[in-house]
Design a protein around this ligand. Structure first.
Ligand SMILES: *Cc1c(COP(=O)(O)O)cnc(C)c1O
Length: 244
């Protein structure tokens, strides 16, 4: 059972994160509304998520398909869910069918999953789905800390040209393999956006940047992030079931 204290704590922590995010945006000379805070609720029980919803928040993120499919129907329909985890092709249908209010998939990392999502959106007669391409900052190129921007642009272009049921709308990164990030990582993604926008012929405002988590969201905002994914700072440390 989620305790009342946990629920109240999360709502208060949310308010503090929102105000810190606004201040970071202001320091970077950006408008207060220029940053979206995704409250990452993975492993957290429905009543605690509900308390953050009741505090006025509507944007939540989850990274396990089954967990999101279980929780979403127990929560209000006007939540905008962001899927932020690794998505396997064979789970795309379950995710889209099970979560009608899925707002976007931030973590599309290859053409195969893009194609699959495109098909499923069409099959379900769903409105076009926003997707972001996930830049594997390290997996692609460990030594240079960098996405190879052409790879990044390629995937974005594929979505734009070959996936009529998807709307390419940004770039996302988790930073390094251990989820830590450095200013160089943030800069890499910001540069990647320049590259992608040039390639696609779209203004930079049409390509969001999802970077920054609990430990570094203010710095990420100062470096151009438009979407931060904050979990433990809002909801407290995650408790995973013990594996014996
Ligand atoms: C869990 C998770 C987060 C949130 O991490 P915190 O450090 O708890 O804020 C952000 N992004 C992704 C992709 C995650 O899986």
């Amino acid at each position: 059972m989620a305790s009342v204290a946990a629920a109240e704590g999360a709502a208060a922590a949310l308010r503090s994160v929102l105000s810190r995010a606004q201040q970071a945006a202001a320091r970077a000379g950006r408008a207060p509304g220029s940053v979206r805070v995704v409250a990452v609720s993975k492993t957290k029980p429905v009543p605690v998520i509900r308390s953050v919803y009741d505090a006025g928040h509507r944007c939540f993120g989850e990274n396990y398909v089954q967990e999101l499919i279980d929780k979403a129907p127990q929560l209000p329909e006007d939540i905008e869910w962001h899927f932020i985890g690794n998505l396997q092709s064979n789970k795309a249908r379950a995710l889209l069918a099970g979560v009608p209010n899925l707002h976007m998939v931030e973590s599309v990392d290859d053409e195969k999953i893009a194609n699959r999502l495109d098909r499923v959106v069409a099959d379900l007669g769903r409105k076009p789905l926003k997707v972001w391409s996930k830049s594997t900052l390290v997996e692609r190129n460990v030594t240079k800390f960098g996405v190879d921007p052409s790879g990044c642009a390629e995937l974005a272009k594929h979505v734009k040209l070959s996936c009529p049921n998807l709307v390419f709308s940004g770039l996302m990164t988790i930073g390094m393999l251990d989820y830590s990030s450095t200013p160089e990582n943030f800069k890499t993604l910001a540069n990647c956006r320049k590259e992608v926008c040039k390639e696609l012929g779209i203004p930079e405002e049409q390509c969001e940047l999802s970077m920054g988590m609990s430990a570094d969201f203010e710095q990420a905002i100062e470096m151009g992030s438009t979407n931060v994914r904050v979990g433990s700072t809002i909801f407290g440390a995650r408790e995973y079931p013990k594996k014996n």
